[in-house]
Design a protein around this ligand. Structure first.
Ligand code: ATP
Length: 366
């Protein structure tokens, strides 16, 4: 039997140009109803453009957007099942919390009793029932942001669009609010689409993350897949601390390939990718998956799962320590371990071996 609920959002072959500049290029993405979806990526990549196009604030240059199964190309923002939460709080300073939250409903002409009921519900969801009579300047940044959220929830739209909603908050509050947002979305059960360039924020809240860079949707998946098993080299470089190695395929037969990296032959699972002898490829290994050992004279790098390098230095980061090593071709690699004692470090320039498990190294052809 087919699922009768259409996706909240279907973006089909969407491109957006600003004059000659291509801000989005042929983007396709489907977001399920009730999903917490994050658009993550570097500044200028096109996240806000995609969000605002979904919300109806920008017209697509090409392509189509369906919301709840219906094409919305012609609809202005207020006729779409979406509502936008902006980065700045944008609250009316002279109005109380209750008045701010109820404003949209009052403009829509709802009866007073209905407005009061909806505002009470929304304020309860965001934990602000105690603050109904305060004005915005009597609230903390986090509380003002919650008023914004209540103002969006009260409108009863199916899809909440959040553009860097936590950017104005300090680091600790940002962390706390992240979890609150996630819990709020679970409680109200509507679709959230959240733009951020902060990967920790993305991983905290998201059911799924789409990585957007240079106008392309690079990759889409749940937080664990994006972090542990990035398909694209860009994802590996943007999410987490990955070692990215460049190499040349020397043997492409079978389910594994042999890749020459700085003179060492590394064995890597092909993951079904089409590669040929002599092809330039990239490999990624997360820094916490790399083990560092001193070399004891043997050619310890001949097993296909390790590489030799020269020790540079260690950087103590509190919870973890990063050991920095450079390979014969100058590439820098990092081995990150849970911070331990600072004794018995190799001397600078000493030969070391970096090794990993077969499942921790990934092949990328783009
Ligand atoms: P940030 O995280 O910095 O907000 P972003 O990923 O949200 O970045 P967008 O705001 O979507 O990126 O912008 C994508 C690109 O489009 C940027 O290079 C930006 O300069 C450009 N751009 C955005 N709006 C316009 C506009 N109205 N006219 C021309 N170029 C624009």
């Amino acid at each position: 039997m087919t699922d009768p609920t259409p996706p909240a959002v279907e973006v089909r072959n969407l491109s957006k140009h600003y004059g000659d500049f291509v801000a989005l290029r042929d983007v396709n993405v489907t977001i399920a109803a009730g999903e917490y979806f994050v658009l993550l990526g570097p500044s200028g990549g096109g996240k806000t453009t995609l969000l605002r196009t979904i919300g109806g604030f920008h017209k697509p240059t090409k392509g189509e957007i369906l919301l709840n199964g219906k094409s919305v190309g012609h609809l202005p923002p207020d006729k779409r099942p979406t509502t936008m939460v902006f980065q700045a709080y944008a609250l009316f300073p002279h109005m109380t919390v209750t008045q701010n939250v109820g404003y949209g409903l009052k403009v829509a002409g709802l009866p007073k009793a209905k407005i009061a009921e909806k505002v009470d519900y929304a304020l309860e969801q965001v934990g602000l029932s105690q603050f109904t009579h305060r004005k915005p300047h009597e609230l903390s940044g986090g509380q003002q942001q919650r008023v914004q959220l209540a103002r969006a929830i009260v409108l009863d739209r199916d899809i909440l669009l959040l553009d860097e909603p936590l950017a104005a908050l300090d680091a600790q509050l940002r962390k706390d609010m992240c979890l609150e947002l996630k819990h709020l979305q679970e409680k109200v059960g509507i679709t959230f689409i959240h733009v951020t360039h902060n990967q920790e924020e993305a991983m905290t809240v998201a059911d799924r993350i789409a990585l957007i860079a240079s106008g392309d949707l690079v990759e889409c998946g749940n937080a664990r897949d994006i972090y542990r098993a990035p398909q694209k080299a860009f994802t590996a470089s943007f999410v987490g601390e990955n070692n990215l190695l460049r190499g040349k395929v020397t043997e492409a037969n079978g389910s594994s390939v042999i890749v020459d990296v700085a003179g060492s032959k590394l064995t890597v699972d092909k993951r079904g990718l089409a590669v040929t002898d002599g092809q330039e490829v990239k490999l990624s290994i997360r820094s916490e998956c790399v083990t560092l050992d001193r070399l004891n004279g043997s050619d310890a790098a001949a097993d296909g799962m390790s590489i030799m390098g020269a020790f540079d230095e260690s950087v103590y980061l509190g919870l973890t320590t990063s050991h920095l090593v450079h390979l014969p071709d100058g590439t820098e690699m990092v081995s990150r371990v849970i911070a331990d004692s600072d004794d018995s470090l190799p001397d600078a320039g000493a030969s070391v071996r970096l090794s990993w498990k077969p499942s921790d190294i990934r092949l990328h052809v783009n």
